[in-house]
Structure formats: structure tokens, C-alpha cells
Design a protein around this ligand. Sequence first.
Ligand SMILES: [Zn+2]
Length: 361
Amino acid sequence: MVTREMIKKIPKVELHDHLDGGLRPETIVELAQEQGVELPETDPKKLARWLQRGANRKSLSLYLESFAVTVSVMQTKQALERIAYEHILDLKKENVVYAEIRFAPILHQKSGLNLEAIVESVLSGLSRGRKETGLEYGLILCAMRDQDYSISLEVAELAVAFRDRGVVAFDIAGDENGHPPKKHLEAFQYIRNRNFNITIHAGEAFGIESIWQALQICGAHRIGHATRLLEDMTISGTFIEKMGSLSHFIRDKRIPMEVCLSSNIHTGAAENFDSHPFPLYFKNGFRVCLCTDNRLMSNTTLSKEMEIAVEHYNLSLRDLEKLTLNAMKSAFLHYDGRIRIIYDVIKPEFARLRRETNPFD
Ligand SMILES: [Zn+2]
């Protein structure tokens, strides 16, 4: 029996976490006051509920509307630095030991900041957080699907330019339907030519064609969500009876899938936890990990996502260890760094937890 107290102590790895989806509501209110930005609610609790109600409408495009509010107070160097710093502190509270945090620099230019200054401010906040907590991180830069390919190329160049200062990968985010990733091929080719890393949001609001494109046309190394890979499978009860070539490819090549349970319910990518394909993927050997996507918008934490998985899919402590190792193996941190965290932190901490709960294990 995995308890909430045990989950809290688990050393966690977060790979899919949006900076603009995980702010403290109190910080939004304070920043809005300082900056003279108007908010739909000025009480932090009410504001959080307003954002969460807005996000939970079973549609990715509606889900994304809530971000206009958070992004509106993320337009100065000081605000970006503070938000990034607090992000690390909040992850530390849940015992996250390594996190990849992502954001789209292009959305933070409304007060005239240039892209370099935007990325530098976020990195400086993350670095202050690391100094205080020891939590290690990588930053992922996102381009937006609905924007022109020349802008995504600029973001790809920016990501590579910052590769030695904490940026670990390039992603494409935003509304999936009607905005295929192949539109941004030049950006992906730029990243691949420079031996850099790609993760792509796919299979969330659109089906397997989007996942296929992300992998085989754009060269993604990881997939964000992949919820609708299920459409490539014939399911019988809790078993996969037959899989298409794309599913086999993903499992054979150990392509990581960043699963975000609560967010998927809110965007309508899955109807409810019990019909979510995550347990099918996990129990059939796919390389999946659990992530939060947007802690504020989806009113969640990585601990909460683990609790949901334990409750609905009957996961054991060994299962949670496997998921954590899956995540750390799939991180964009260099190989030696991943090995160090796995053997120095994750494995010993899980071993200690097991001894605590079952001395004979
Ligand atoms: Zn996401």
C-alpha cells in the first residue's frame, strides 16, 4: 500500500512542466498590482479557481486561454526571474530532484524585452533556486505552433545559443489541431543539424498522424502526451491485442512519452482517469513517465499525479520507482549527469523508502 506520506518522500523527476502554467496565484496578484495589469480576480484563491475553471473545459484551445492571464504579468526581467526562482522552490517542496521546465520566450516580449534577455532572466531565477535548494534543472524553449515558421527557427537558434547555459531542448507547443508540426520543419532541422534535443507536444488534441509526424518528419526524441497513440492499438479489456507499426516503433526505440494525467482530463484528451491509456502503456513496456504539465491550471503537483496513478491503476512503490527511472533516463541532461542522479539519489532514496515500509523487502 503506497501512502500519501510515502509519495511525498519519493525523489521525483519532472520532464513536462510549463513555467507559465505553474505560477503561485499570490505572485500573479502581486505582480499585477506592481505592473498595473488588470486581472479577472484579485484574490489569489479566487484567481486560482477562475484559471482552473477556465482550463477544465475539455478542449485544448480553451485550456490555453487561461495562459493569457499568467503571461500578462511575465513581461519584465524581474517578474521572469522571480517566477523561475519560485518555480524551483515549489518543486523542491515536493522533493523533485531534477526538473525540465519549459516556456515560450516569444510570448514575453510585450514590454519590449528581447529574446536573449527573456531567456537570461528565467535562467537567472532558476539558478538562484538551484543555489538555494540543490535542485537540478534544464530549460526547454518552446516555439508556438500557430506562429510563422521563421519565428520557430529563431527560437530554435536561441535554444542552441544557450545550450551551455542551461537550455537543454526545443519544443513546439500551442493548439495542435490545424497546426501540424511539419510546418516548422526548418526549426527542427536546425536543431538536429546541431546535435541538439527535441520534444514535441503530440497526440493530445490530434491523433496518431501528429505523433507520427513529430517522430518521423520532425525527429522528436520525446513526445509530450502521446495520449492518442491508443488509436494505433486494438484493446481487449486491459490488454493490447494488436499494435500498429507506430506503436511498435515507439516501444522498440524506447521513445519516452511524457504523460500528464490531470491535464489530459482537463483538455479532453482523455475522458477520465479510468479510461486513460497510461496504465496500458506502462504495463506493456512503453517508456512512460508522469508529469504535471501545468501545476496551477490543472491544480496539481507531481505528488498528486502519483497519488492518482496509485489510486486508479494500483501502482506499487516499485512501479513508481520504475516511472521515476524512466523519467531520469529520458531527461535531456547529459548521460553522465543522468547516471549520477540515478545512482547517487534516486536508487538509494527508493531503497531507503522500501526499508522504511518493509524491512524484509
Ligand atoms: Zn504541455
